[in-house]
Design a protein around this ligand. Structure first.
Ligand code: GDP
Ligand code: ZN
Length: 316
């Protein structure tokens, strides 16, 4: 299914810069492998050649002097894991991570993504897409019950374009974000709706099992007309976040933080059977719902198993 394009005319940007210009500060808005596109404050842009593995990513603040790029220190870095276990930097200086889900999203995905965002010092928020479909109200009230105290939650339909305004307002608060979510939840559809200049391919339902789907590998940063910015990196959309560690899960699991500093007797407490565990005490007192604790224990088991497997393969 093809999403309609917004045909509003954009103002013509000033001419591109050339090598003879003095030192200028800008931000990398597109990465093409051997060159990057830099946008400057005044709206002008230019391409700058880089080495293939130069380490520059979209969102990097840079200075350009006569065709030479210098990267400035980063505020945040977001990483992903590829199919073979390699780790890649996705983008720099992001503020927020949009966790996109729909009814078919795997269990535990939101919790893992929230933990990963908090580790990377990004503010996580949840977008429930496909709310035009029947039977979403039950999903919504369940998610609201779990996450309302932890992260912003947006119920939308990319196809109907409903529920977008609160999301756009959130992004417009000076936020630079990126979307993560399993394939088929509607990330491309949503990006198309939010950034009409982007024109991404939306996969046909019949394409789901087609592993060879063509995707462009260019990472791009888009300014939203209402404010805020979105980064699109196809590899990230496909593969998702770097795995979280046991320590990170124990420290950042959504729902534990509402109770202030969790002061367990042991600093590296996994909240399982350790004496003096503040989380177990909160569960016993009824402050943390038993279902949430059960979900935590389930993910803890998976993360531990994943780490053991990774160690045996010597990935880390
Ligand atoms: P991605 O893999 O996460 O990028 O998902 P796509 O944007 O490619 O969408 C996957 C499928 O879900 C396509 O068939 C879309 O038309 C469909 N889809 C996307 N958003 C919505 C929505 O809000 N409602 C419904 N019913 N379908 C949607
Ligand atoms: Zn504990």
């Amino acid at each position: 299914m093809k999403i309609e394009r917004n045909k509003t005319a954009r103002p013509t940007p000033p001419p591109d810069l050339s090598d003879s210009d003095p030192v200028r500060e800008g931000v990398i808005v597109a990465h093409h492998g051997v060159s990057v596109e830099v946008a400057f404050e005044d709206g002008r842009r230019r391409m700058v050649r880089v080495k293939r593995n130069s380490g520059h990513v979209v969102g990097d603040n840079v200075t350009v002097t006569g065709g030479v790029l210098k990267r400035m220190p980063r505020r945040t870095e977001l990483r992903r894991r590829d199919a073979r276990g390699g780790i890649h930097l996705v983008a720099a200086n992001l503020d927020v991570l949009g966790i996109v889900i729909a009814h078919q999203s795997p269990a535990g995905f939101i919790d893992r993504a929230i933990v990963a965002a908090r580790v990377a010092e990004l503010q996580p928020f949840v977008i429930v897409n496909k709310c035009d479909l029947a039977d979403t109200s039950e999903l919504l009230s369940r998610l609201d019950g779990i996450y309302a105290g932890s992260v912003p939650l947006f119920a939308i339909s990319a196809v109907n374009r409903s529920g977008l305004q609160p999301l756009q307002e959130f992004l417009s608060q000076g936020h630079r974000g990126v979307f993560v979510g399993s394939s088929g939840v509607g990330k491309s559809s949503l990006l198309n709706v939010l950034c009409p200049d982007i024109d991404l391919k939306v996969r046909e339902v019949s394409d789901y099992k087609n592993q060879g789907r063509h995707t462009t590998t260019v990472s791009t940063l888009h300014r939203l007309s209402g404010g805020g910015e979105l980064v699109d990196t196809p590899g990230f959309r496909e593969f998702g976040l770097v795995d979280i560690t046991v320590e990170e899960l124990a420290a950042y699991f959504p729902g534990f933080e509402e109770h202030g500093e969790i002061a367990c007797r042991f600093r590296n407490c996994r909240h399982r059977t350790e004496p003096g565990c503040a989380v177990i005490r909160l569960v016993e007192q009824g402050s943390i719902p038993p279902e949430r604790y059960a979900t935590y224990m389930e993910i803890l088991g998976e993360v531990e198993a994943g780490q053991a497997e990774a160690r045996s393969k010597d990935w880390r």
